[in-house]
Design a protein around this ligand. Sequence first.
Ligand code: NDP
Length: 240
Amino acid sequence: MARVAIVTGGTRGIGEAISLALRDAGMNVAANYAGNDEKAKAFTDRTGIRAYKWDVSDFDACLSGVRQVESELGPVDVLVNNAGITRDGTMKRMTRQMWDEVIDVNLGGCFNMAKAVFQGMSERQYGRIVNIGSINGQAGQYGQVNYAAAKSGIHGFTKALAQEGARAGVTVNAIAPGYIDTEMVAAVPDDVLGKIVARIPVGRLGKAEEIARGVAFLCAEDAGFITGSTLSINGGQHMY
Ligand code: NDP
């Protein structure tokens, strides 16, 4: 039987590439999204992968969304927490709302989704959870105290949950992408982006498929001895 995978934010950007990579690895994929129905429909028409709409920052919506996926596709074996947003601004300009939104979606979403699937995975003695962090959660970034804190939190969340899942066959890992060519990065002003690319040793932005390749690796059946790790995929921009 094909493994069932949920990819949050799985209908565009990095998430779309992850949905396709897991589908190509033989999984039955459910791609979650927040509100962009047009992009989600185009994605499903193009790929045949079903799209499911709910807000990962809403705890109850995550529980009912997972229940719906399970009733249609079967128990969830793989969860990729990829949904993310930015609300950038220096401390001077950052509002409490900008802080809350970013923490609630990027970090709260990981908790909400893991909570919805972790017990079932543990009972079935198999699970793969991959959380998408960021280079900016490892190194910090000017104007992103909210995003850097949320992404940094994801790395701690990953290591803690990995310890809880280890004996139950549930691995929990993170990927820390560097700058990847998606709509999120397209929103960065050109002059700032030019400076960023100049600091990437390989001399270019990453591709969504290059992140998806790492996710598929960590979600494979034979990746059971890899847990609690963070895989940096960043063109050499941040090494430690
Ligand atoms: P995009 O902005 O291109 O896509 C974001 C996806 O997340 C969309 O599918 C969107 O749904 C979904 N989403 C946003 N908010 C929610 C929510 N509340 N509930 C459910 N789904 C939601 O992002 P990227 O592909 O660029 O980024 C994907 C992940 O990778 C994020 O976690 C990001 O922080 C991380 N990352 C990205 C980097 C980059 O360079 N792009 C670098 C490092 C990390 P909808 O289409 O409905 O809006």
